[in-house]
Ligand binder design. Structure first.
Ligand SMILES: Nc1ncnc2c1ncn2[C@@H]1O[C@H](COP(=O)(O)OP(=O)(O)OP(=O)(O)O)[C@@H](O)[C@H]1O
Length: 336
């Protein structure tokens, strides 16, 4: 089976802004894959390229081996997308919205009705099936977007910030549901700003910045890239900073609190204690703090060394207003 997603040197330019810069990424079938990056990193552009809402400028993109432009229909039929924006037809009862969506993907009416009921039950808003989108609460709207993504029984589920602005209960419900779907075999691509979400759910994450891939790793691997801090309280405050071995990246003294930054706190702590005792210091207590994934993420996507790739002039596409304008004949999610 080909990978669920495979892009090679994918480029998207909006005028002179390069939103995707030679992005090569592979998501294997069955993976739960996270796409992380600060605002404007290119995550939505990447997704929109896969679903045919944005036309790539260069490179290649395939979904289960289907080229997203040449084999648009096959690639698109394999994907269920829950987008960031609420782009739902507001005038129809939500059950009909789901049936329209299924119909657009070639599912016969009877089956579409059954599937609509099934996914509404699964996301927990079946009792709202005859209500219009506008009448749903914010959290229910998010659930509906997920139901719409699921009604075609996609092999690849793409969730663009599914938990942005939702309450804790719904966030946990959504996590549970997408975990279940992944365990049943659905490949999941998730974009998120919440590091905790990526850490909890994803097998691997790609960190993007300014349209480039900064790194791809498991959340655990990423965490090992950070440093640990060993904080030692000494019985008597020394007058000068104790000197320690080459394992320390940095050592600071504030009163009786001596802090040392090292690669691996667990294995370095005994040696540090030995060195301090050998130098005549008595230790009162010790604490090791690991770098959080969030700190590593911030470090990897640090803003202060950014180069700008954008001119001040608006591009044609920006004036056009949205990506959908690029491919008017294609599907606008849920409005098909
Ligand atoms: N239609 C468009 N016309 C011009 N520029 C665009 C268009 N769509 C996106 N961009 C620009 O492309 C860059 C990437 O945007 P994109 O929305 O893909 O980022 P993102 O990582 O999804 O951000 P966020 O986390 O804020 O959703 C940004 O600089 C954005 O302003």
């Amino acid at each position: 089976m080909p990978p669920a997603i495979e892009t090679t040197d994918l480029v998207k330019e909006y005028g002179d802004l390069r939103a995707l810069q030679e992005l090569s990424l592979t998501v294997e079938e069955g993976e739960f894959f996270g796409l992380l990056g600060p605002n404007g990193a290119g995550k939505t552009t990447f997704i929109n390229t896969l679903v045919g809402l944005v036309r790539k400028t260069g490179g290649e993109a395939r979904v289960f081996g289907h080229d997203v432009e040449d084999d648009y229909r096959q690639a698109r039929d394999a994907i269920g997308l829950a987008p960031q924006e609420f782009n739902v037809d507001r005038f129809f009862p939500i059950r009909e919205v789901l049936m329209h969506k299924a119909g657009y993907h070639g599912i016969p009416e009877d089956e579409a009705g059954e599937r609509a009921d099934e996914v509404l039950k699964r996301v927990g808003i079946y009792d709202k099936r005859n209500e219009r989108f506008d009448w749903l609460s914010g959290g229910m709207k998010r659930r509906l977007l997920l139901a719409r993504a699921l009604v075609t029984e996609p092999d690849l589920l793409i969730l663009d910030e599914p938990t942005a602005g939702v309450d804790v209960q719904l966030r946990h419900d959504l996590w549970e549901l997408v975990t279940e779907l992944n365990e049943e075999g659905t490949t999941v691509l998730l974009t998120t700003h919440y590091i905790e979400e990526a850490e909890r759910l994803c097998d691997r994450v790609a960190i993007m910045n300014e349209g480039r891939k900064v790194t791809v790793a498991t959340p655990d691997d990423l965490k090992t890239r950070g440093t640990d801090t060993i904080s030692v309280r000494l019985e008597d405050a020394p007058s000068v900073t104790p000197s320690v071995g080459g394992y320390a990246h940095e050592a600071t003294l504030e009163g009786d609190r001596f802090e040392v930054r090292v690669d691996d706190g667990g294995s370095t702590a005994p040696q540090l204690l030995n060195d301090l005792e050998a130098a005549g210091h008595e230790i009162a207590d010790l604490e090791i703090t690991r770098t959080s994934l969030e700190e590593i993420f911030v470090d990897l996507t640090r803003q202060d060394d950014r180069t700008t790739t954008r001119s001040d002039a608006p591009t044609n596409e920006e004036s056009a207003g949205d990506e959908g304008a690029e491919t008017p004949a294609r599907e606008q999610e849920g409005l098909a």
